[in-house]
Design a protein around this ligand. Structure first.
Ligand code: UD1
Ligand code: CA
Length: 452
């Protein structure tokens, strides 16, 4: 295959999203539309990648560089159309000679192998290839026009199409592969005599055909190339991608009891024989080792879960939670930026933040690490084999050494030595017969009132 360069168009304002955020930074499965496209093309190892961004879109450039550090970001000052956006990218490609792939950042679910197959269609006799798809509802897409024999003749945008052309269901995905020589020669000939008054990149197809060259056509399922222009389409793309992720995880050996209620991030890594119960949500940055169990209604992000650990039901793991092998994190337990040792247990109603808990320690119900003093965060260090009674507050910074026992209801403000008992609670007073006397007084008063 010829040398590859890639141009990703991301300068559109995304007016139909009705959002302060640039459209391509909206997310599907915890990853921006732009990053989805960039991950797909990164695997092709292009010699150049250029992102076309709009004015006031510094965040778009930063997002692109986070995925492909060597990417060039160019600015399209005025949104004059997709052909103009490609022209703006030319300088950044330098003297590149080979196949140029153009992708739109608002069609995020494209797969690497589909793009590879498209690029492979470009040859001496076929200097341009487009990726089409059969749309269930073609409304809004450019239609692929063909001759009786099937040869592609043009792409017609919806607004410029005749009623007959609008009935065509073969649509343009927006992704094309084109020889650089041809692209730079024909691009300046594209005009803007169309309904929108924009320079349409899609007009390139008719120009190529006019020159007597052939236009290649590759196709893919609609779910890979759904364009995202508004939030309804964003939700449709999310649904498609979640279905894809669930299927992938199940095929890799993960059990999902009710797949349609589990939401993954694009980067969720799940080991074999992991069981995930219904209604679990994974934010970005989660890795789960083999044989772990994630019980119903848990929310997990930025967390690492060890082999055979049990999480939930109703657990919340926040960024920096590292749960050791065979540890248990139970109902209404929140863990943030904390390492929980192998076999340790925090089964009920607990907050563990900015902390370390050693192996086999037991954290009782209602234990809280008081990690924040209103200004700074502080660390709670709990050793191995520590027993923490219910309703304990650790006022950080504080350290509990191995084997210590913390009595229920304690507020721990100083370090606890190895194997010591720490007890910090008000003295208990017992008054024999007090409750009976109190009851008698109250009853007598009530009787007086009703008779008087
Ligand atoms: C475009 C295609 C249409 C195709 C559809 C697939 C054209 C003229 N039409 O229509 O055939 O069926 O995508 O989803 O190409 N952009 C810029 N600068 C501009 C204009 C657009 O960078 O001046 C970027 C946008 O950010 C977007 C992409 O190009 O990522 C496509 O633009 P958009 O306006 O969304 O085109 P569609 O109307 O969806
Ligand atoms: Ca679009």
């Amino acid at each position: 295959m010829a040398d590859l360069a890639i141009i990703v168009l991301a300068a559109g304002k995304g007016t139909r999203m009705k959002s302060a955020l640039p459209k391509v930074l909206h997310k599907i499965a915890g990853r921006s539309l732009l990053a989805h496209v960039l991950f797909a093309i990164k695997a092709l190892a292009p010699s150049k990648t250029v992102i076309v961004a709009g004015p006031d879109m510094e965040a778009v450039g930063a997002e692109a560089k986070a995925v492909i550090p060597g990417a060039a970001i160019v600015l399209q000052e005025k949104r004059l159309g997709t052909a103009n956006a490609v022209a703006v990218a030319k300088a950044a490609l330098g003297g590149f000679c080979g196949t140029v792939l153009v992708l739109y950042a608002d069609a995020p679910l494209i797969q690497t192998q589909t793009v590879t197959a498209l690029a492979a269609k470009v040859s001496a006799g076929t200097p341009l290839a487009i990726l089409g798809f059969e749309a269930e509802n073609p409304h809004g897409y450019g239609r692929v026009l063909r001759k009786a024999g099937g040869a592609v003749t043009a792409i017609r945008e919806e607004l410029d199409a005749s009623p007959k052309e609008r009935s065509i269901t073969l649509c343009n995905s927006g992704i094309m592969a084109v020889s650089s020589a041809l692209l730079w020669r024909l691009l300046p000939r594209i005009g803007k005599a169309n309904a929108k008054g924009e320079y349409y990149l899609t007009d390139l197809i008719a120009l190529v055909v006019k020159e007597g060259a052939k236009v290649g056509l590759a196709t893919c399922p609609e779910s890979e190339v759904r364009g995202v222009n508004d939030r309804v389409q964003l939700a449709a793309a999310e649904a498609d991608f979640q279905a894809h992720l669930r299927r992938q995880h199940m095929l890799n050996g993960v059990s999902l009891k009710s797949p349609e209620t589990v939401f993954f991030s694009a980067d969720t890594i799940v080991g074999r024989d992991v069981e995930i119960e219904p209604h679990v949500v994974f934010g970005p940055g989660v890795t789960i080792a083999d044989n772990a169990e994630i019980l119903a209604f848990s929310h997990i992000e930025g967390a690492t879960i060890g082999r055979g650990a049990r999480i939930g039901p109703y657990a919340r793991l926040r960024p920096g939670a590292e749960i050791g092998a065979h540890a248990h994190i139970g109902n209404f337990v929140e863990v943030k930026k904390a390492r929980i040792g192998e076999g340790a247990k925090a089964n009920h109603l607990t907050y563990i933040g900015d902390a370390t808990v050693g192996a086999d320690s037991n954290i009782g119900a209602g234990t809280i690490t008081c990690n924040y003093d209103g200004y700074e965060k502080h660390l709670t260090e709990i050793g191995k084999n520590v027993f923490v009674g219910s309703n304990t507050a650790f006022v950080a910074p504080v350290k509990v050494n191995d084997g210590a026992n913390i009595a229920a209801g304690s507020v721990i403000t100083r370090d606890v030595p190895t194997d010591a008992l720490a007890i910090a609670r008000p003295e208990l007073h017992i008054h024999d017969g007090w409750a009976a006397r109190y009851r008698d007084i109250k009853k007598a008063r009530k009787a007086n009132k009703t008779s008087g």
